[in-house]
Design a protein around this ligand. Sequence first.
Ligand SMILES: C[S@@+](CC[C@H](N)C(=O)[O-])C[C@H]1O[C@@H](n2cnc3c(N)ncnc32)[C@H](O)[C@@H]1O
Length: 166
Amino acid sequence: MRSISRLEKTLFRLQSQQACLAYAFAEIAGRPGPVVELGLGLGRTFDHLRRHLPERDIHVFDRVNRAYEDCQPDPALLHLGEIEETLPALASRLSGKVVLANSDLGSHDRELNLIVAAMSARLLPPIMAAGGIVMSDLPLPLDGFQSVPLPPGALEGSYYLYRAPA
Ligand SMILES: C[S@@+](CC[C@H](N)C(=O)[O-])C[C@H]1O[C@@H](n2cnc3c(N)ncnc32)[C@H](O)[C@@H]1O
C-alpha cells in the first residue's frame, strides 16, 4: 500500500484538528476558565476557537503576528515573543485555570518539533485546570496526563488529545 501524500497528511491533520476541537468544546462546556492557543500562525484555529467560545478569554502565543486581518486576537490577550519566555510570565495569572490548551507549534523540522513538544509538555501542566484538555499537533510527553482516544473523524497520529489529572 502506498504511503500518504503531503496533501492527504495536511487534510487529515486539519480534519483531526477540527474533530478534536469539537470534542474539546463539548468537554469544557459548563466549566469556566480561560483557553490557551500556542501558535497563532495565520489565526485559523484561533478564529475557530473564538467563534465557538465567544465568552472565554483566549490567550494566544506566537513569536510574531502573521494572522489574517480578520483573525486578529484581542491585543490584551496576544502574547508575542518566545513562548519559553511569554508563557512563564503569565504563569501566576493562569496557574491551574486553563480548561483547554491547543499546542499547534509543529513544522516540517523534526528536530525542532521534538524541542517545541518538550517545551509545551514542560510549560503547560502548571497552568492547566484539573481535568483540563490539551490538544496538540505533536505528541507531548506530558507527565501524569491521560492520553485521550481520538474522537470520530480524527485520524490516529494526526492530532493528539490529553487530559490533565483530576
Ligand atoms: C503551525 S503554525 C500555527 C498555525 C495556527 N494555529 C493556525 O491555525 O493558523 C506554528 C506557529 O508557532 C509559532 N512558534 C513555534 N515555536 C514557537 C516558539 N518557541 N515561540 C513562539 N512561537 C512559536 C510559529 O511562529 C508559527 O506561527
